[in-house]
Structure formats: C-alpha cells, structure tokens
Design a protein around this ligand. Structure first.
Ligand code: SF4
Length: 130
C-alpha cells in the first residue's frame, strides 16, 4: 500500500475560502510533511480516471473543504478513498472573526495566518498516524 497520506483540497474558485484550502494543503505537503504526504488534484479524481482511482482507493486521505458543500470529502469517498479526517476551512476562519483574509486570488497577512494554522493542524494529524 502507498504509505503517503493523500491531502486533498476542494477546488473552490471565486472565493478566498477555496484559496485558503489549496494553500493550506500545499504548505502541508510541500513544506511540513513532504515525506509523509502528497496531494492529488480533485478534478482529476472527479473525472474518474482509472490511474488516479487506483492511487486513491483504500488509501488514507485528509480532505480540506472551503464550504459546507464538502466537495473534496464527498468525491474522495466516492472514489474509494478512506477519509480519515475532514478539515473545514470555516472552523479555523471562525476563530479569526472580523479579519480580512484576502481575495480569491490573493491572501492577505491574516489569510496567511489561517493557512499556517490549518497546515499545522493537518501536519499534527499526519504525524500522529504515520
Ligand atoms: S466545498 Fe465549497 S468552495 Fe469547495 S469546491 Fe465545493 S462548493 Fe466550492
């Protein structure tokens, strides 16, 4: 079995919460836990590609979603991934009420703070289980 945990963000476009999800995942897999984790593009999973389905099936996954629609979590589960943790960007955003996180294409300093907090939460989970 592929040991690397798959950390998969939703594809939220047009709102800062999607950008927060994607940046948090990149921070995790590229900087905090590059040996233990990797990411896969959600659109690739949703397209039903055989190679990616094989990669994700019965594999431990952490999903990061930008809104209650939970697109990443739902589609990873549909593809056969084992969702061991559903990270909700809004849970961390709520702890920073009134702050300006940026836009759909650019994070402000408070957005970076949220990204770091989410990435650290994911890294703790990864290090606990792997
Ligand atoms: S979870 Fe929300 S923000 Fe993310 S892709 Fe789905 S609808 Fe868009």
């Amino acid at each position: 079995m592929d040991k690397k945990i798959k950390v998969i963000p939703c594809s939220g476009i047009g709102k800062v919460f999607g950008l927060l999800a994607r940046e948090s995942v990149l921070k995790t897999v590229l900087e905090l836990c590059p040996e233990k984790s990797e990411t896969i593009c959600l659109a690739y999973i949703v397209s039903g590609d055989e190679a990616v389905n094989e990669k994700i099936a019965k594999t431990r996954c952490i999903t990061v979603d930008g809104c209650p629609k939970m697109c990443a979590s739902k589609n990873v589960a549909l593809a056969g991934g084992i969702v061991i943790e559903e990270i909700k960007v809004l849970d961390t955003v709520k702890e920073h009420k009134g702050k300006n996180f940026g836009s759909a294409t650019h994070l402000d300093a408070d957005g970076e703070v949220v990204v770091n907090e989410i990435a650290e939460k994911i890294a703790i989970i990864i290090n606990e289980i792997n």
